[in-house]
Design a protein. Sequence first.
Length: 241
Amino acid sequence: MMKGAGVHTIAHSLRQFLNEMRAGTGYFGPVDMICHSMGTGIARYLLEVLDGESCLEKVRLLVGLGPPNNGSSLAEIFFDPVYGPRVIHVLGGVFVPRRFIPGEDIIVRQFRPGSEIMQEIRCAGLREDITYRLILTENRDSIPDFFPPFRGKTVTYADGNWEGTYAGDGIVPHHDSWLPNAQYDILPKDPRSLMEQSPDLYCHLHLPRNPEVIQKILDYIRDPDAGCMGICPSPEKDCSC
């Protein structure tokens, strides 16, 4: 139903859904929002850009699973004349359609770090009435099966060069996720846990069904101030308005 829609349209649809749910249930208090990947950016666009001044949307907790808060390195590399075709070929049928054309995908265009949408989110700033929590994963043991298309690594843009890093979930590097003043956790907490048996559960595609991720979400919901690794460092790249 939302195929071909951009961030602005989907955010308005999310607002309508919330209004309908509130009207149907009679509950008008704060809610918690659990978002995966670019869904976090859409939720933030609603809360910070569309509703940032009025704060009519009452949200207690916003949890992002592998969110590209600073734009997506992968979305950007799709447009690189040298590396783009290679990456699209590797991810074809895995993360994008086999005949994927990035210029025809409005969401991919809007999640490029320099896009107008990302600039709007950047300039709006975080809301003081919302607790922001990020759940990230990494392949600290360099296991290829973590995300086979990239041999366990995640593509990131650093120091003017495209690189592969283990500090990411196969699709979104930590560099893209960092959100100043947000609280975060990097999983797995114990490398000998599920990572040994099912390393792919910690890649971006499977975060919503990863048992450790689900448990962490439940901990947040019970207590938004539950213990975490700390406050996110600021991104190294310039994310100023």
